[in-house]
Design a protein around this ligand. Structure first.
Ligand SMILES: [Zn+2]
Length: 1120
């Protein structure tokens, strides 16, 4: 296979570069910073701007040599020097001597920086930081004396130049907010409320031809649909066709916008929208995000690319709502900061009310609205009384519409789990009809008030003030996101970014496994393993169940950790079920690829119960059963070298790949990493590195050479030396290893060819990181916020303390392939690991933290803090749904809780010398309180409810395992760029951490042999990630495969590094037809919306895909 195809295409590109362009290129290098800022994202001809040509040409030759020689195999630490044994790096002043001999980097420039959008009307980052008066109760709404005075100065009947003399048009839009699990489970809510609401909806909409209803959650709609007979289904179809029943949003759930990844958000939209298309023949056009606790700036990008015309948002900081309201900016164009073309902007409606609940939605005056909820009235309201009520309501509606530049009002009518009882339908409908009659019948009012849907409202707005694509020029623009959210005083909803980390991790695990299962199934279909199609039916059912359990958990009371404990347990069972389903598909397809359908293949790692951490299955050998074939699948569509840690009962092994090469391995004691005791298992840890091709399945052999004794000579085996601070009285015994005492006065330094990490011996905490460019203080600490007021939603710390109890036990394990420091104290085990592989693995420290909050005491919020000498000017960066990076500023005026932001994949800070990145493998809150500090919240154990609805303390007794990567970069990142992005190295480190290889092996020895299955013809461009490759639907007859490619914005300042692994972001096209070896069967592909519903354009399979940096692209192909 053409493993390093991108270099050939670079060469081809260079040949095509005309001489004038070369000259321009050189100028571009000189004017690099200016050029970076001004390069238009419209310019797709990125190839012509390849610059620094001589360097590139030289690089290309060196790279070719480098890769052809496979220097990853020539790593001195992997190779067996003459005479046997491994050598450790020779140290001089704590750093490897090779560093001084290495060539320093030189910059190479790539042309991928998108051009900044022009300054918006409102920059949310500034508003979040500058609106610091936290003295009001947000629940009182935004209407104040100043607004009231302004309102009374203007004519009662609005007649602006935009709207002309048109009547006030009011659409009353009945809705029910239905959480798929919160205080009760999804099934309980369905039987007690949601099914009744939808049953009554059908009955009453058929009865009352002017009544309307909207519905958002496809999960519930699907459950209800399955209870309907053919006649009722037909009636529902007629209602959607007539427009009186509108499906809005239409994801499987209404996803949380802080903790979900782009993959999980889009996956549940794909599933929800494809289901709606299949069953109702409709695709939603309007977003309806009324309950998520703050709003992400990636959502407008996603929804615009789902072909939504509008977004509806609700919960934002009360100060920002008031500010936007006062400036008549409750409808705006929500833009991406990085897009100067506005092609990704979307019309956004911000609800003017504090909340969507019944006490808020009729208008802006507190407590008036209870009079307009007729759900439980026991007697008929007299007409005379209603007349007064109608006049008050009309005044409220006029006040509300004064916040908008037009004369159309959206009046949503509902609350949580409403419209379930038949009497509610009758009472609400009849009384609102009476109100409408009273208001509409008086010509002096000049009002048309009627039932409607979101579509009715937006159509009227666009008719009066411009189309969604070309709205009135007066429409303000907004950039940034609505985090953090506060609803009153200093009550910041920043705790839920971390609440219930056990399940946040489980969700990410299901994402990984579902993604792998879907890729493996598509590959199996391509290999024509099931020519008749019937073979795959079971797989498709499994994938659909897994998709449902992942989708359900993205709900804004599930992944947020804000449901009741018993509902969280139910989500856990459902996630576990999803994992089992995905695993079944993975195992089945590994069997297919290995032609081993009768061989029992098991997972190397699995969760025995929904409440336990993943446990590893050891390799047990016995006579007649001395060899196992181990299967390793690379879920990334790029080549990589990965590390494999297996458990084995013996250290005497021969590990060989399909080419017969022996693989060197390191033997070390296996820490029991599912509790916080710091004890060791009765088996050994076997660690080795393996190169894996894109999406490849590699079958290697692990053979036991006999008894567990060191006397057997094995050239490829190395062992681990151990030093420990265990007190002499209870000197630690680790079976098979001699343990030396760790000198408490001597700093511990762990090194590889890239960096040196120094640790304090008394508690094993990192102190400094050193690369060849110098040393930085990076002090790792475990701290705990103390609080008597924090809860599942809110973070309300009163102070910060050290972790107790002491003392720590520290052990240092050192070997040629990796070294690590293990430290444990009651309730916490911390492991920091460094690899010696001469690949990307060496460029970050692996950090594992095993914690049990119950053991740390009550009302604690545990954080891992890094205190550094990086002068970051009180700014740091967090990712948004793994899609883009957002700059954050630390405020010393706002409370500590306001300095916390959601992150799902990374957080970093930098100065002119270094950038320190924390790579995450699940959602966390990431914050900073002082200059030079960045911290990640690990877990929370809280004894009280915080008054936001769940009505319970947050006490999860589970052991939690957190995996982070800590990367210090001293070059390759842009100092002056207004948009900060990860470097290509950081991008690879992050993808590798989030996409470990899937490992399975034979349960018993069989006649299987080693092999390499390499389905990919050429690597994707270095900056493109295969976000999804999946069946578009799970219908056996559907032959469409959907692809989502993500080309994140990567930092263009990537230098030429000594290992020559240079990536020039944004320079290469994607060749869908050249990606997979079996792709010659595809004739064409469609570019589609992100839900694969609407085809934008059809292309021949050989047409390259030009995906711009910062973008996701969606494509479908048809299998033969
Ligand atoms: Zn909700």
């Amino acid at each position: 296979m053409r493993r390093y195809g991108r270099f050939f295409s670079l060469k081809q590109m260079l040949r095509k570069v005309p001489v004038p362009v070369l000259i321009i290129g050189i100028i571009v290098v000189i004017l690099c910073p200016i050029a970076l800022l001004h390069f238009s994202s419209n310019n797709q001809g990125g190839n012509t701007l390849l610059n620094d040509i001589p360097v590139l040409r030289k690089n290309e030759k060196e790279r070719k040599n480098y890769h052809e020689n496979k220097s990853w195999l020539r790593n001195p630490f992997l190779q067996q020097p003459a005479g046997g044994g491994f050598r450790s790096p020779e140290l001089l002043d704590g750093v490897p001597v090779e560093w001084s001999q290495q060539e320093l980097s030189r910059p190479v420039v790539c042309p991928s920086v998108a051009r900044l959008a022009s300054k918006p009307s409102f920059d949310l980052a500034n508003l979040t930081f500058t609106l610091t008066d936290l003295s009001s109760d947000g629940d009182l709404g935004i209407w104040d004396e100043e607004m009231d005075a302004a309102y009374h100065k203007t004519p009662k009947i609005k007649s602006t130049s935009d709207t002309g003399k048109k009547p006030l048009l009011v659409y009353v839009v009945p809705f029910s907010h239905a959480d798929p699990g919160w205080l009760s489970t999804v099934e309980e809510y369905f039987s007690t409320s949601t099914k009744l609401a939808l049953d009554n909806m059908l009955k009453r909409l058929l009865e009352w031809p002017d009544m309307t209803f909207i519905w958002a959650e496809t999960s519930y709609f699907k459950m209800w649909w399955e209870t309907l007979d053919a006649g009722k289904r037909k009636a529902v179809l007629d209602l959607t066709k007539s427009g009186r029943l509108e499906i809005v949003n239409g994801g499987y759930v209404m996803p949380d916008e802080a903790s979900c990844s782009a993959y999980a958000i889009l996956h549940q939209y794909i599933y929800g929208h494809q289901w709606l298309l299949d069953n109702l023949g409709v695709t939603p056009e309007h977003g309806f995000s009324i309950d998520p606790f703050g709003h992400s700036s990636s959502m407008p990008y996603f929804l615009r690319n789902l072909d939504f015309k509008t977004i509806f948002i609700q919960r934002i900081h009360y100060n920002i709502r008031r500010h936007l309201g006062k400036h008549k900016a409750t409808e705006f164009l929500w833009e991406q900061r990085w897009d100067s073309t506005a092609s990704t902007s979307i019309f956004t409606h911000l609800a003017p009310h504090h909340l969507y609940t019944i006490k808020n939605i009729c208008g802006l005056t507190k407590n008036n609205c209870y009079f307009y909820d007729f759900k439980d009235i026991m007697f008929e309201i007299e007409k005379s009384q209603m007349e007064t009520q109608a006049q008050i309501l009309l005044e409220e509606m006029r006040k509300t519409v004064s916040l908008y530049p037009h004369n159309v009002l959206l009046y949503i009518l509902g609350d949580d789990f409403r419209w379930a009882e038949d009497t509610e339908w009758t009472n609400q409908y009849k009384n609102y009809k009476l109100l409408m009659k009273l208001i509409n019948s008086n010509p002096a009012n000049d009002v048309i008030m009627q039932f409607g849907t979101l579509k009715n409202y937006y159509d009227a707005v666009f008719e009066r003030s411009g189309t969604p694509d070309a709205p009135t020029p007066s429409l303000p623009s907004v950039q940034g996101d609505f985090f953090p959210y506060a609803d009153k005083y200093e009550d910041y909803w920043t705790g839920y970014f971390t609440s219930r980390p056990f399940y946040k991790q489980m969700s990410r695990e299901l994402e990984r496994d579902l993604r792998t299962a879907e890729i493996l199934l598509v590959l199996a279909k391509l290999e024509s393993f099931g020519n008749d199609g019937a073979d795959f039916q079971e797989d498709l059912i499994g994938l659909e169940r897994a998709a449902e359990s992942l989708g359900l958990f993205q709900h804004h009371d599930a992944i947020t950790g804000t449901s009741k404990q018993m509902v969280a347990l139910d989500y856990g069972d459902k996630l576990q079920n999803g994992l089992l389903m995905a695993h079944a598909v993975i195992l089945k397809n590994v069997q297919r690829q290995a032609d081993a359908e009768r061989v029992d293949i098991i997972l190397e790692s699995y969760r025995p119960t929904p409440g336990s951490l993943p446990a590893k299955s050891p390799l047990f050998f016995k006579p007649g059963n001395m060899e196992r074939i181990v299967f390793l699948f690379n879920p990334l569509a790029r080549s990589r070298t990965t590390v494999i840690h297996l458990l084995s009962e013996t250290q005497n092994l021969r590990i060989t790949d399909a080419d017969g090469r022996e693989i060197a391995y390191q033997v070390s004691p296996a820490l029991n990493d599912v509790d916080t005791q710091g004890s060791y298992l009765d088996v050994l840890r076997i660690t080795f590195f393996l190169q894996l091709d894109p999406l490849a399945l590699k079958a290697i052999s692990i053979k036991s050479l006999g008894e567990r004794t060191k006397k057997i000579k094995i050239k490829t085996r190395s062992t681990t030396t151990i030093r420990s601070t265990d007190r002499a009285g209870d000197k630690v015994k680790i079976q098979g290893f001699s343990v030396k005492e760790l000198d408490p006065a001597e700093l511990v330094t762990l090194t590889n060819a890239y960096m040196a990490a120094t640790f304090r011996p008394e508690d094993g905490m990192l102190q400094a990181l050193r690369t060849r460019k110098g040393k930085r203080k990076v002090a790792m600490e475990l701290k705990r916020y103390e609080s008597m007021n924090s809860g599942a939603y809110l973070f309300r710390p009163t102070g910060l303390g050290d972790l107790k109890p002491y003392p720590y036990t520290v052990r240092v394990l050192q070997g040629p392939l990796f070294s690590e420091i293990q430290t444990h104290t009651g309730g916490v085990v911390l492991i920091v690991r460094i690899y010696n592989s001469a690949t990307d693995l060496d460029k970050s420290l692996e950090v594992e933290l095993i914690t049990q909050m119950e053991k740390l005491g009550e009302n604690n919020e545990l954080v891992l803090r890094l205190t550094t000498d990086i002068r970051n000017n009180l700014t740091f960066h967090t990712d948004s749904n793994g899609f883009q990076i957002i700059q954050r500023r630390v405020s010393h005026v706002l409370p500590m809780a306001a300095n916390y932001y959601p992150a799902t994949s990374m957080g970093f800070m930098e100065d002119d010398r270094s950038r320190l990145t924390l790579h995450l493998t699940q959602a966390h809150g990431v914050g900073s309180q002082r200059n030079g500090e960045i911290e990640v919240m690990i877990d929370r154990f809280l004894m009280q409810d915080d008054g936001r609805g769940v009505g319970e303390a947050l006490r999860d007794p589970r052991v939690v395992k957190t995996h982070l990567q800590l990367q210090l970069e001293t070059e390759g990142f842009c100092l002056d760029c207004p948009l900060k992005n990860p470097t290509d190295t950081a991008h690879r480190v992050n993808l590798a951490a989030n996409n470990p290889p899937h490992i399975t092996f034979e349960q018993e020895m069989s006649n299987l042999t080693t092999f390499n299955y390499e389905p990919v013809q050429s690597n994707l461009p270095c900056d493109v990630h295969l976000l999804m490759m999946k069946p578009v639907t799970y219908n056996p007859g559907d032959k469409r495969v959907g692809f989502l490619f993500h080309r994140p914005g990567l930092d263009c300042s990537t230098p030429r590094t000594s290992d020559l692994d240079v990536c020039l972001p944004g320079t290469e096209d994607i060749l869908l037809g050249g990606l997979l070896k079996k792709a010659h069967t595809f004739k064409s592909y469609n570019e589609t919306t992100f839900n694969f519903v609407n085809s934008r354009k059809r292309f021949g399979i050989k047409t390259p895909i030009r995906l711009l940096p910062m973008h996701i692209g969606a494509y479908t192909v048809n299998l033969p």
